[in-house]
Every structure is written in C-alpha cells, then in structure tokens.
Design a protein around this ligand. Structure first.
Ligand code: ATP
Ligand code: MG
Length: 363
C-alpha cells in the first residue's frame, strides 16, 4: 500500500554477488522526522542496500519499500524519494543550471524549482559554470540539488560528506536536520560514525552485511559509560558491598580484580572502607562512541547483534567495548567473566523484535 508515510522499510534483505554475500538478512525501519545514519566500514554492504532500496539492484531475497511500496511501484518516484549515490557523473560541458533544467524537465518540474535548489545547496553563484570544472564538494552539492528537484519526502544519501570541506559538512548537517524537522525522512550512509554523530538520531550499524546495532544513537551513548577497575584485598566481600549498594554491573577479572560500571571511584572507595576491605589499586577506564563503533564493526563478533531492549544490553556492550586492543594491553588481562560465552549465542527469533519499531500508532 502507498501509505504516504515517508517510512522506509527494509525486511530480510539479502544480496549475493557470486560468492560474495554482500547483504545478509537485513531488517530495519527508517521513520520520518529524524535523520538515520547507515553506518559500517568499507565493504559492509551500505551501497548495495541503498541500491536495492532504489530499485537499482534486485535483491536475492527480502524486500525494501518506501511509503509502503517497492521503488518501481512508486507512482512518481522523484516526488517521493531523492537519492545521491556514489560516483555521480555529470556531463562536463553542461552548466550546473542546465544540468538541473534537464532533470527538472524529465520529472515535470518547472525551471523555477532549479533556482530554488541551486539556492538551497549554495550553488547559485556557480550555476553558470561548466560542471567539468567543479570541485568534488561542488559536485556533491549539485548531486544533492538534483535529488531535491522533485521536493521529495525521503532523502537517501550515500556518503554525502565525501569531498565536503568543514563548512560544507556543517551546512549539510543543518540542512538534513531541517529537512527531517519538516516531517521528512533522511537516510544517510557513512563509514565514519564521527562524521555523522552530530547529525543523526538513529543508527543502523552494519558489519559484513549484517546489522550489529539498530536503534537510537542516544542508547549507544548511554552505554559508553566508564568503569572503575579496582584491586581489593577481598574481592567477594567488596562485590557483596557493591551489589548491596545497587552497583550490579561488575565484571570479575583475573587476580581478584573487579571492573564496576556506572559508579564513581569515590563511591567504590567509600564502600570498601565501610566494608573494611583494603584497596591496592584503582583506576577509571573510558570508552568513547567511536571505540564502540569500531568494536561493533571489527568483525570479532560477526553475526552477533546487540539488542537494546535486552536487560543485558549495557553489560553486553560494555563487555564488547573493553575487549579492544588498547584495553587488552592494560595491566589486567581480561577474559569473559564466568557465565559469559566466548562467542555470543545465536540470536533467538523472539529477540529480533527489537529490529522493528515498537508499533504503537503505526498503520
Ligand atoms: N556489482 C558487484 N559485483 C560484485 N561484488 C559486489 C558488487 N557490488 C558490491 N559488491 C561487494 O559487496 C560487498 C558490499 O559492497 P558495498 O559497496 O555495498 O559496501 P559499502 O558498505 O558501500 O562500502 P564502502 O564504504 O566502501 O562504500 C563488497 O564485498 C563488494 O565488493
Ligand atoms: Mg558504499
């Protein structure tokens, strides 16, 4: 059904190119009104997924819809979705204005719209110049202007920051957020979380064609809490004291060392004093968002998805983020704590619920 929502739905999408499994059973939904980042390292399957969404590649299995319909069944696709994919090519001898006029005519838009989009992307002063002489950033802006010609409800951009200078990146961020605030849908890919961190509210993180995380960026941010690593004289006694005080995210490290999340070192010190446990050493470990992204996409846990709805999500994420080389080189070599599998267990079907929006008001 053409539901007019501007919602993008990717369901169990798979694509193989010969022996290459580019995208594996990928599912996510992009809601209108916010900017969603589609993130993953080179070769993760971002462009392939976007090409399937835009009807440029036929899925091996699964389907993708915009407004409830596959791309080819959208009545007037340019009015529904504007897209900028990799490696845009332009006729080098055409001016930016002429290029846009050709495209505007093809989708039935008036020349006035060309002037509007030139203004929107900041290319008005260069509109009379041949596109062959455009810089990479100017080409990105022209590609975006082309995508905007039909005043679409949905924008799909593949690595749009490539070639943009810092001012261009700030401009793009402001533009995309403003576009989403109008109730429209924005899906923007990047291989760098830091590049889109300030722009996006939701993220779909891909690694080797599979979803590693899908949900609000805030949820990842919340999970990036630091932890206190402490070497007490009596680890069981301090563990009990910490648990009784409500600090239950405790990892037992070798040699009686404890790593406690969501707590300040002063609190650990005070609790140890009250419990009569001597402390031989204590420090704080930090992990930032980029490290979490690196961890999620480094392939170590290939196939394991994190479930933000799970009560163990924070612990799972913390466990993963501190497995990074920089932490492993530290004083306390870490092993998965007792009860933790070396590799995460296969995902159960009911756990996949989190991949879909918590329905509520959706039709
Ligand atoms: N037409 C094709 N023929 C064969 N293999 C392909 C084709 N298109 C993509 N692939 C493969 O599919 C995988 C995913 O590629 P894709 O371009 O989707 O990754 P990406 O996430 O967009 O990477 P990048 O950040 O480098 O743009 C890669 O292994 C790639 O080599
Ligand atoms: Mg790509």
């Amino acid at each position: 059904m053409h539901d007019g929502s501007g919602r993008v739905v990717v369901q169990n999408l798979t694509k193989t190119f010969g022996q290459v499994l580019a995208v594996q059973n990928l599912s996510f939904t992009v809601e209108p009104g916010s900017v969603t980042g589609f993130l993953g390292p080179n070769g993760a399957g971002k462009t392939t997924t976007l090409r399937m969404l835009l009807g440029l590649v036929t899925p091996t299995a699964g389907h993708a819809t915009i407004n409830g319909r596959p791309f080819h069944h959208l009545g007037n696709p340019a009015r529904v979705v504007g897209a900028v994919l990799e490696a845009q090519s332009f006729h080098p001898n055409r001016t930016a204005r002429n290029h846009l006029r050709v495209y505007a005519a093809a989708i039935g838009m008036p020349d006035q719209r060309v002037e509007e989009v030139l203004h929107l992307v900041g290319l008005r002063d260069a509109a009379h110049r041949g596109v062959g002489g455009f810089s990479m950033g100017m080409r990105q802006r022209l590609a975006l202007a082309t995508a905007l010609l039909g005043d679409p409800q949905v924008l799909v951009l593949d690595e749009p920051s490539n070639g943009l200078d810092p001012e261009g990146i700030v401009w793009l961020r402001t533009f995309l957020q403003g576009f989403a605030r109008q109730g429209r849908t924005v899906l923007v890919s990047s291989h760098l979380l830091s590049e889109v961190e300030q722009t996006v509210e939701q993220v779909v993180i891909l690694s080797r064609g599979q979803t590693m995380y899908y949900g609000p960026l805030d949820q990842l941010r919340k999970a990036q809490q630091s932890r206190v690593v402490v070497r007490p004289a009596d680890a069981p006694r301090l563990t009990t004291a910490l648990e009784e005080a409500g600090h239950t995210t405790i990892e037992q490290l070798p040699e009686g060392v404890l790593a406690v999340a969501g707590v300040e070192p002063e609190q650990v010190g005070d609790l140890a004093l009250e419990a009569g446990v001597a402390i031989y050493g204590m420090h704080t470990q930090q992990a930032d968002l980029e490290q979490i992204f690196f961890q999620l996409t480094s392939g170590q846990f290939s196939g394991a998805q994190l479930n933000p709805a799970s009560p163990h999500f924070q612990q799972q994420l913390l466990h993963q983020q501190y497995q990074q080389p920089q932490y492993q080189q530290q004083q306390y070599q870490q092993q998965p704590p007792p009860g933790w599998p070396q590799q995460p267990p296969p995902q159960q079907p009911e756990q996949q619920q989190w991949q879909r929006p918590q329905d509520g008001g959706q039709q």
